[in-house]
Design a binder for this molecule. Structure first.
Ligand code: BAL
Ligand code: ZN
Length: 873
C-alpha cells in the first residue's frame, strides 16, 4: 500500500454540481442509480483531461453513460479503487448503475445492515462503496436522493435534507421517498436509513424564529430511552445560538440510533447516525457517565453542522479543522452544562493518559498529519483531543471576545467551502492582529513538548524569576523540533496561600513561551511565592517542576485554580505510589506516606467542596496513567503499589469514608443532574475504598447497594466492586443476577461483559475466551468487541501483559480474524501492541513476534498494514 502526502494536494480536475441518487434497496443486492451533473474545474491545472472516479472493488458496475450515450467496456478503465474515463466533455451528465450487497458488508463502511435496518457510514471514504464518485471532501454537491424499499419491512425511509416527494407501488409492496438537501456537501456527509423505526419529536424555534422539527429514531423497544438525547439536542442548539451565533438551517433534524457502528456517531447533514451507546439513556439502564456522554456526543454532532458541514475540510489531512474545533466546542458546552473543573479534569486525564501515549508511540503524528496510508487510522486522540487543545490555546491567547470574532469571520468567509486549518488560524490572526506563524507549529510538529521550570527569589530586591525551557522528543520522521508558542497560565501564591495580584492587576496571567528558554521576572514580591503553573492545563505539555510533598499539599489546599488543586493531589499520589513501587521491587514491606493520608482526610472532611471534585481528588491515578509516566512499564509493580495505596488509604480513613458514604445517601428520586451526579460519584468512590478492605461488613454494604439501587450508576458500581473482590461466590452470584435482570438490554449486557473483561484477578483471559462463546457476544458488533476484547487488552494490564505472552497471543489472533471482517475495528484493536517499546525485553520480544505474526498472516487491509508496519519500523 502507498502513502499519500499533504504536499501532493491538487484541486479536483472535475466538479459535481448536482447529484441525483436512486436506491432500490434489497438485502441481497441493492441497486444504486446516479445522475451526476459534472464539469471540468476551471481551477484545475491537471495536464490530463481524464476523469478518475473513486469506486471500491466491491462495486458491480451495471451501466455507465455520458450525456445519454452508453459506454462499453473499452471506454473506461476499472482498477482496484478507481474507474477512469479518458475522454469526457467540458460539462456533461454522467449516469451510472451499480449493484452493492449490504448484507455482506461486515466492514460497516458504505451501506450495510444493522439488525435488519439499512444504514450508511461514509466518512471518511465509505461513499465509494456505494457508487462511483469523486469521493473527496473538496467536491461539494447538492444531493437529491430517492430511497425505495419494501413498504412493510422498511416503513421509514430517510436521507439528508428535507423530504419533498413520496409514493408507492402497491402491487409490488414497495414505496419511496425523495429527499433534497439544498446545502452543497461532500459525499462523506451523505446518509441513508431505512427500517421499521419508531421516533420521538419536538418542535424547535431558532433564535431568528424559524420552525424546525427535531426527530430521534430508534427501534420501537428503545423509544423510552430517547428523551435525554432530545433534551441534550435542544440545549446544544440553544447554546450554539448564544455562544457562537450559529443557527440550524434545514426544516428537520434527525438522529437515528443503530446498534452496529464503528464510531460513536456521525454528523451527516440533517441525518446524524448514532451508535446506540451514544444516544439511548434511561436511569434504569444508563450510568451517570453515559448520560453525560450522550449529552456531549449529541452536542458534538450537532455543532458539526457548522464546524464541519457548512464549512468542511479541503482534504483529510485537515481533519482536525472540524474535529479539534468541534471537540473544543463540545467541551465548552459540557463545561457550561455541568461542572467546568470536573470536565477539564476528565478531558486532561484522557489527554495525558492516552494522547500522550500516542505521541510517544510509533503512530505519533501531528494534529495535521503530513501523510497517511489509510485515513481511518487518523481518527485519533491527537487529531481530536490534542486538536481541541490547540484551539483552546488560541482561545487563551486571544481571549473570549476576539476568539468569537475570529470564529464569526471564519464561518462567514468560508460558508459553503472546503478549507484548511491555515484558513482557521488566519481568521483568528486577522481579528486579533496577532501573528500566529510560530503557533502553527502545533499543527505540524508531533510529540508532547516538555516544559522545564525552575525559579529563584531574591528577598532583598523582592524579585522573583521563573525560568521556562521547552524541548520536544523526536517522533517518527521528525528528529528535530522547533520551539512551540506555549501559553502558560500562571498564578503566584503567597505564604498564606492567597493569590498575589500580578502586574496585569489580576491573580492569573498568561506567559507566552516562544523561545527554547525564557526568563520571566516579577518585581515587588514580599516573600518567596509558590507558582501555580499551567492553570487549567493551558497547554498540552509535560510539566517538569519538581515540588516536595509539603508544597504539593499546600497547593492542594490553597490553589485558587481548581484544576491545579486536583493536579497537585495527583502529583502527590504519583510520588507516593512511585515510592511504594520501589519498596515492592526491593522486596521491602510497602509503607504509605502519611502525607497522602492526611491530605485525603482533609479533603474528605471539607464539606464545603463540590463532591464531584472531592471524588476526582480522591481517585488515585490510573494504572494506564502511571504506565504512561514510566520509562519502562513495570506492570506488576504498578498494580501492586496502586492496590496497596488504595487499601492503606481505606484502612486509615475507613470511618470517614463510611460517614460520607452514609451522608450522601440519595434524598430524591434519581435524576442525572449535576448535583446528584456529584453526590453519587463521591458516594461510590467511598464505597470503592471500603470494599477494598474486603471485610464481610463492607461487601454486604456493596451488596445492599446493588440490591436496592434504583439506577444503573449505583447498581453497576456495586456490581464491579463485588465482581472484582476476592469474594468469589458473591462475585459469581452478582454477575449471574445482573445478566438475568438485563439480558434483553444490549447496552447493559455490554457493561456486564466489560466488568468481567476488566477483572484484574487471575483467570480473566480464560473468562474472556468463554464469554466470546456466550449468547451475549457477537464478533460482528463493534460495541461487543470493544466491551470485551478492547477492555481486556487496554484496561486489564496485569492479565493482558501476563509474562507468558498469552494476552498478546490472544489479541493477535483476534486481529487476524477481524482484519477480514472489519478493518477499522482490527486496526483499533492493535493499539496496545504498538506500545511494545515501553516494556521489558522479554515482553518486547513477545509483542514484536505477535506483530510479525499479524504481518505474515496473509492479505492485510490497508488499515492493519499501516499500523503494524509502522510499529515494527
Ligand atoms: N466525524 C466522525 C464522527 C465525529 O467525530 O463526529
Ligand atoms: Zn466529530
Amino acid at each position: 500500500p502507498q502513502a499519500i502526502y499533504l504536499k501532493d494536494y491538487q484541486v479536483p480536475a472535475y466538479l459535481i454540481d448536482e447529484t441525483e441518487l436512486h436506491f432500490s434497496l434489497g438485502e441481497d443486492h441493492t441497486e444504486v442509480r446516479s445522475v451526476l451533473k459534472m464539469r471540468r474545474n476551471p481551477e484545475s491545472t491537471a495536464s490530463s483531461a481524464a476523469l478518475e472516479l473513486h469506486g471500491h472493488e466491491s462495486l458491480e458496475l451495471c451501466r455507465l453513460a455520458i450525456d445519454g450515450r452508453e459506454l462499453g467496456a473499452g471506454d473506461y478503465r476499472r482498477e482496484d479503487e478507481t474507474l477512469g474515463i479518458d475522454q469526457v466533455p467540458e460539462a456533461f451528465t454522467l449516469e451510472c448503475l451499480t449493484r452493492i450487497r449490504p448484507r455482506d458488508n461486515t466492514a460497516l463502511e458504505g451501506l450495510y445492515l444493522s439488525d435488519g435496518m439499512y444504514c450508511t457510514q461514509c466518512e471518511a471514504e465509505g461513499f465509494r462503496r456505494i457508487t462511483f464518485y469523486l469521493d473527496r471532501p473538496d467536491v461539494m454537491s447538492v444531493f437529491t436522493t430517492t430511497v425505495e424499499a419494501d413498504a412493510a419491512r422498511y416503513p421509514v425511509l430517510l436521507s439528508n435534507g428535507n423530504p419533498v416527494a413520496r409514493g408507492s407501488d402497491e402491487d409490488k409492496g414497495r414505496h419511496w421517498v425523495t429527499w433534497q438537501d439544498p446545502f452543497p456537501k461532500p459525499a462523506y456527509l451523505f446518509a441513508l436509513v431505512a427500517g421499521d423505526l419508531a421516533h420521538i419529536e419536538r418542535p424547535y424555534s431558532t433564535a431568528s424564529g424559524r420552525e424546525v422539527m427535531l426527530r430521534i429514531y430508534a427501534e420501537r423497544k428503545d423509544l423510552d430511552k430517547l428523551d435525554h438525547a432530545m433534551d441534550s439536542l435542544v440545549k446544544a442548539m440553544r447554546w450554539d445560538e448564544e455562544v457562537y451565533g450559529r443557527e440550524y438551517d434545514l426544516d428537520i433534524y434527525m438522529i437515528v440510533a443503530v446498534d452496529f457502528f464503528n464510531m460513536g456517531a456521525m454528523e451527516n447533514k440533517g441525518l446524524n447516525i448514532f451508535n446506540t451507546s451514544c444516544v439511548l439513556a434511561s436511569p434504569e439502564t444508563t450510568t451517570d457517565g453515559a448520560f453525560q456522554r450522550v449529552e456531549g456526543v449529541v452536542a458534538h454532532e450537532y455543532f458539526h453542522n457548522w464546524s464541519g458541514n457548512r464549512v468542511t475540510c479541503r482534504d483529510w489531512f485537515q481533519l482536525s479543522l472540524k474535529e479539534g474545533f468541534t471537540v473544543f466546542r463540545d467541551a465548552e458546552f459540557s463545561a457550561d452544562m455541568n461542572s467546568r473543573t470536573v470536565k477539564r479534569v476528565e478531558d486532561v486525564t484522557l489527554l495525558r493518559t492516552a494522547q500522550f501515549a500516542e505521541d510517544a508511540g510509533p503512530m505519533a503524528h501531528p494534529v495535521r498529519p503530513a501523510s497517511f496510508i489509510e485515513i481511518s487510522n487518523f481518527y485519533t486522540l491527537t487529531v481530536y483531543e490534542k486538536g481541541a487543545e490547540v484551539v483552546r490555546m488560541i482561545h487563551t491567547l486571544l481571549g473570549p471576545e476576539l476568539f468569537r470574532k475570529g470564529s464569526d469571520l471564519y464561518f462567514e468567509r468560508h460558508d459553503g467551502q472546503a478549507v484548511t486549518t491555515d484558513d482557521f488560524v488566519r481568521a483568528m490572526e486577522e481579528v486579533s492582529g496577532r501573528d500566529l506563524t510560530q503557533f502553527r507549529r502545533w499543527y505540524d510538529q508531533a510529540g508532547t513538548p516538555r516544559l522545564e521550570v525552575s525559579d529563584d527569589y531574591d528577598a532583598d530586591s523582592g524579585r522573583y524569576r521563573l525560568h521556562l525551557a521547552q524541548s520536544c522528543p523526536a517522533t517518527p520522521g521528525q528528529e528535530q523540533k522547533l520551539p512551540f508558542h506555549i501559553p502558560v497560565t500562571l498564578g503566584l501564591l503567597g505564604p498564606d496561600g492567597r493569590d498575589l495580584i500580578l502586574d496585569n492587576g489580576d491573580t492569573s496571567c498568561v506567559l507566552e513561551l516562544t523561545d527554547s528558554s525564557q526568563t520571566f521576572t516579577f518585581e515587588g514580591i514580599a516573600a518567596r511565592p509558590v507558582p501555580s503553573l499551567l492553570r487549567g492545563f493551558s497547554a498540552p505539555v509535560k510539566l517538569q517542576y519538581p515540588l516536595d510533598r509539603q508544597t504539593l499539599v499546600f497547593l492542594m489546599s490553597h490553589d485558587s485554580d481548581g484544576f491545579n488543586r486536583w493536579d497537585a493531589g495527583q502529583r502527590l499520589a504519583i510520588d507516593v505510589i512511585g515510592e511504594l513501587m520501589a519498596q515492592h521491587n526491593a522486596g521491602e514491606p510497602m509503607r504509605l506516606d502519611a502525607a497522602l493520608t492526611d491530605a485525603f482526610a482533609a479533603v474528605l472532611d471539607d464539606e464545603s467542596l463540590d463532591p464531584a471534585m472531592v471524588a476526582k481528588v480522591l481517585t488515585l491515578p490510573s494504572e494506564a496513567y502511571l504506565s504512561e509516566l514510566a520509562d519502562c512499564i513495570d506492570v506488576d509493580a504498578i498494580h501492586a503499589a496502586r492496590q496497596f495505596a488504595k487499601k492503606a488509604l481505606a484502612q486509615a480513613l475507613a470511618e470517614r469514608f463510611e460517614r460520607r458514604y452514609r451522608a450522601l445517601a440519595p434524598q430524591q428520586a434519581y435524576a442525572p443532574d449535576a448535583a446528584q451526579v456529584a453526590r453519587r460519584s463521591l458516594r461510590n468512590l467511598c464505597l470503592s475504598y471500603l470494599v477494598a478492605l474486603e471485610t464481610p461488613e463492607y461487601l454486604a454494604l456493596a451488596q445492599a447497594q446493588y440490591d436496592s439501587a434504583d439506577n444503573m450508576t449505583d447498581r453497576q458500581s456495586a456490581l464491579s466492586l463485588i465482581a472484582h473482590s476476592g469474594a468469589t461466590d458473591a462475585a459469581a452470584a452478582v454477575l449471574d443476577d445482573f445478566y438475568r435482570r438485563y439480558a434483553d438490554q444490549t447496552l447493559v449486557v455490554n457493561q456486564w461483559l466489560s466488568v468481567q473483561a476488566g477483572d484484574p484477578r487471575p483467570g480473566a483471559l480464560d473468562r474472556v475466551k468463554e464469554l466470546m462463546q456466550h449468547e451475549a457476544f457477537d464478533l460482528r458488533n463493534p460495541n461487543k468487541v470493544r466491551s470485551l476484547i478492547s477492555v481486556f487488552c487496554n484496561l486489564n494490564a496485569v492479565n493482558f501483559h501476563a509474562a507468558d505472552g498469552s494476552g498478546y497471543d490472544f489479541l493477535a489472533e483476534r486481529i487476524i480474524d477481524m482484519n477480514r471482517r472489519n478493518p477499522q475495528m482490527a486496526s483499533r484493536l492493535l493499539t496496545p501492541l504498538t506500545r511494545w517499546r515501553k516494556y521489558d525485553a522479554a515482553r518486547q520480544a513477545l509483542m514484536q513476534s505477535q506483530l510479525r505474526r499479524i504481518l505474515d498472516s496473509g492479505e492485510l487491509s490497508k488499515d492493519v498494514y499501516e499500523v503494524v508496519s509502522k510499529s515494527l519500523a
